[in-house]
Ligand binder design. Structure first.
Ligand SMILES: [Zn+2]
Length: 404
């Protein structure tokens, strides 16, 4: 019994500490007595927890506030710069690693092409590049840990990549492998779930409780916030929007099915359509001139520019993307009724016409009561959304920062 009680007490102390730190982060500069009132914890508990987090350098005394009589209260502020986190973002083609402060500010970044490595070779490679990165970092004692995000199905609780067909990873205990290699606490989550957290912590969408985040890059994934929490589903596979069927019997997908959304809207699919049109159909397109005939130079920004220049081929492909994507988004809206849908990806960012067009198509497809409520926005996280996603995962996992 005694042991149980000590455990409970420690748990409550840690919980209070997280809540106090989170309150200072969100509401600072704030005084100890204001914190006590705001979160309904005794002033003594606040004082002792605050001393602890000040000594750890997570919070500092900022100055004095106004007083309604008596001593002026000392104000506290969150200090994101005394500690660092290592964010790692995995995509099919790149591993991005960054040293960041506790607000996701990037201090140093490296990008490694994955060079088509898959399975065990990919895992060896990521362990090596993370270790290399750490070896060049001087102040590891202030590092709070490593945070990794990956596409595919991720068992975040156990730190396992359960299913990623493109990188050929099945049941890989990446958290454990990185911890063994680096001796640093490591957190792992699905990339789209991480982007939902990041929009909440760092972006403009913190007021929404029911939110769908769709990311379109090398694959297509989505993350969901339901009633203020990330919704993961029974096996952590919720949000696999990329594998929803948009054409019965369509193109074969890496998952084994046919006609999955991602085979029509992800960048490899777009790229291959452009190249096929140029090479085998000899299509006349401005894209060819834009890359001076070097098809390897065709990148998402070139495609977007060709759309904006009203290029026939680019418009044709874009029309299909909008059609298939709007089918999948409309199905999701009917099923889950999010308040806002956030889109990210290179073909979406800095492309207001895309947002307008997808909005129009979804409005056309949804049932009447929802037509006025369709709210589709572009990510507010900017071009470093992947690393911000990684930062958010560790802030959520280690510091228990709350959403909303
Ligand atoms: Zn599929």
């Amino acid at each position: 019994m005694q042991k149980q009680r000590t455990g409970d007490l420690k748990f409550i102390q840690e919980l209070n500490r997280s809540i106090i730190l989170d309150t200072i982060r969100k509401k600072g500069p704030i005084s100890r007595s204001e914190i006590a009132k705001l979160i309904n914890i005794s002033p003594t508990t606040v004082t002792s927890a605050v001393s602890e987090i000040i000594s750890e350098g997570l919070v500092y005394e900022y100055g004095v506030g106004t007083s309604s009589g008596g001593r002026k209260p000392v104000l506290l502020r969150f200090n994101p710069d005394n500690h660092s986190i290592i964010g790692v973002s995995i995509t099919n083609s790149y591993i991005r690693i960054a040293d960041m402060n506790l607000e996701g500010k990037i201090l140093k970044k490296v990008v490694h092409p994955t060079n088509q490595l898959k399975g065990q070779e990919f895992i060896q490679f990521i362990l090596e590049v993370v270790e290399q990165f750490l070896m060049q970092k001087a102040d590891l004692e202030y590092c709070q840990g490593i945070s990794i995000i990956s596409p595919g199905i991720v068992d975040a609780e156990n730190g396992v990549i359960s299913y990623n067909t493109k990188l050929n990873l099945y049941g890989v205990p990446l958290k454990k492998l990185v911890e063994e290699r680096t001796n640093l606490p490591t957190f792992l989550d699905n990339d789209a779930n991480a982007f939902v957290l990041a929009e909440n912590y760092f972006g403009l969408f913190s007021k929404y409780k029911d939110l769908l985040y769709v990311t379109i890059g090398e694959g297509v994934g989505s993350g969901m916030m339901v009633n203020g929490s990330i919704y993961r589903g029974f096996l952590g596979s919720s949000g696999e929007i990329g594998h929803t069927t948009v054409i019965d019997g369509g193109v074969k997908c890496s998952c084994g099915n046919r006609g999955c959304l991602e085979n029509y809207v992800n960048w490899p699919a777009i790229y291959s359509r452009i190249v096929t049109a140029i090479m085998t159909q000899n299509r006349d397109t401005v894209i060819r001139e834009m890359v001076s005939g070097d098809l390897n130079r065709i990148k998402p920004d070139i495609f977007v520019e060709a759309v904006n220049r009203q290029d026939g081929l680019a418009l044709e492909i874009m029309e299909d993307i909008l059609n298939y994507l709007s089918i999948a988004i409309t199905n999701t809206i009917h099923f889950f009724n999010p308040e806002v849908i956030i889109l990210s990806g290179e073909i979406i960012q800095d492309n207001p016409l895309f947002l307008e067009a997808i909005h129009a198509q979804v409005v056309r497809k949804v049932i009447v009561p929802l037509k006025d409520q369709v709210n589709i926005q572009s990510t507010s996280l900017g071009s470093e959304f992947e690393l911000l996603g990684a930062a958010a995962v560790i802030l959520h996992g280690k510091f228990k920062f709350q959403m909303m």
